[in-house]
Write a protein that binds this ligand. Structure first.
Ligand code: KIV
Length: 259
C-alpha cells in the first residue's frame, strides 16, 4: 500500500477529484480512517472537545497533540498524517512555530496545520522540511475573537480570497475552510491552485473534512455541518447494557469465555 503524499493531494485538485479527510486520535480510530479510503488523517485539536470534553480547543497543548499523533501513527499505512499546531505553539515567534512543528513530525506527523495568516511561520516551517496546511474562515482557536462559532464570508469572499492567496503564496499545500458560506467557499476554491478542504463550507470545496466522532454519532452534540452515518452512541449503549445485564444474570461468562 503506497502512502499518500503532498504531491498526490495537489494532483487530486488538478484532476478535479474530491479529497477526503477525517480526524482520528487513537489507534482504533486511525485504523478505521486509514482503511476507509480517506487521503488525509488529521490529528486535530478538536481532541479538546471530543477526547478531553472541553467546550473549545484553546486548552489543548502541543504535548497533547504530540501524544495523540504517537497514538495514531502505527495504525496508519496509507493516509497522510497531518497534525494541528495548537494554540500557544506558534504565535510567539517563527522559531517557536518551527520547533513545535518539528516535535509533531518527530511524534509521527507528515505535515502540520496552522490557523490564520502566519505567512512567515508557514515559510519557515516549510524551509525546515515540513509541509503545511492552512486553516481559514472560522478558526476555532480564535473563538473568543470571533465571539462564538459564527459562519464566515457572509459579506462576500474578498477577504477570504485575499487571506487564502497570502498563505498559498507562503507555500501551504491545502487550506481548511471552516464554517464559510457555500458561495464564498466556491469563489475561494476557484481562485486557488491548492485544494480547499471544507467543513461546514458547502459542496464546492475541493475536499471535505469531518470530525470522526461527529460522523459516527459519538459527538456531544449534533452539528448542522456534520452528518451522522452510524448511531454509535445508541449501539454502544445497548451493547453495554446487555453486558451489564448478562453479568448480573450469570449468563456471562459462559462456557465459550471460560478455560
Ligand atoms: O481540529 C480539527 O479537528 C480541525 C478540523 C475540524 C478541521 O481543525
Amino acid at each position: 500500500m503506497t502512502r499518500v503524499t503532498v504531491p498526490d493531494i495537489l494532483e487530486l485538485k488538478r484532476s478535479k477529484q474530491k479529497i477526503v479527510c477525517l480526524t482520528a486520535y487513537d489507534d482504533f480510530g486511525a485504523r478505521m480512517v486509514d482503511q476507509s479510503g480517506a487521503e488525509i488523517l488529521l490529528v486535530g485539536d478538536s481532541l479538546g472537545s471530543v477526547i478531553q470534553g472541553s467546550a473549545n480547543t484553546t486548552g489543548v497543548s502541543l504535548a497533547d497533540v504530540a501524544y495523540h499523533v504517537r497514538c495514531v501513527r502505527t495504525g496508519v499505512r496509507r493516509a497522510l498524517i497531518v497534525a494541528d499546531l495548537p494554540m500557544g505553539s506558534y504565535g510567539s515567534s517563527v522559531a517557536q512555530a518551527v520547533d513545535s512543528s518539528v516535535q509533531l513530525v518527530r511524534a509521527g506527523a507528515c505535515a502540520v496545520k496552522i490557523e490564520g495568516t502566519y505567512c512567515d511561520e508557514i515559510r519557515a516551517i516549510i524551509k525546515a522540511g515540513i509541509p503545511v496546511m492552512g486553516h481559514l474562515g472560522l478558526t476555532p482557536q480564535s473563538v473568543h475573537v470571533f465571539g462564538g462559532h459564527k459562519v464566515q464570508g457572509r459579506s462576500g469572499p474578498d477577504k477570504l480570497i485575499e487571506q487564502a492567496l497570502q498563505i498559498q503564496e507562503a507555500g501551504v499545500f491545502g487550506i481548511v475552510l471552516e464554517l464559510v458560506t457555500s458561495s464564498s467557499a466556491k469563489s475561494v476554491s476557484e481562485e486557488l491552485k491548492v485544494p480547499t478542504i471544507g467543513i461546514g463550507s458547502g459542496p464546492h470545496c475541493d475536499g471535505q473534512v469531518q470530525v470522526l466522532h461527529d460522523v459516527l454519532g459519538m459527538g456531544v452534540r449534533q452539528f448542522k455541518h456534520a452528518k451522522v452515518y452510524v448511531d454509535c452512541k445508541s449501539l454502544v449503549s445497548q451493547a453495554l447494557q446487555s453486558y451489564v445485564s448478562e453479568v448480573k444474570s450469570g449468563e456471562f461468562p459462559g462456557e465459550d469465555n471460560s478455560f
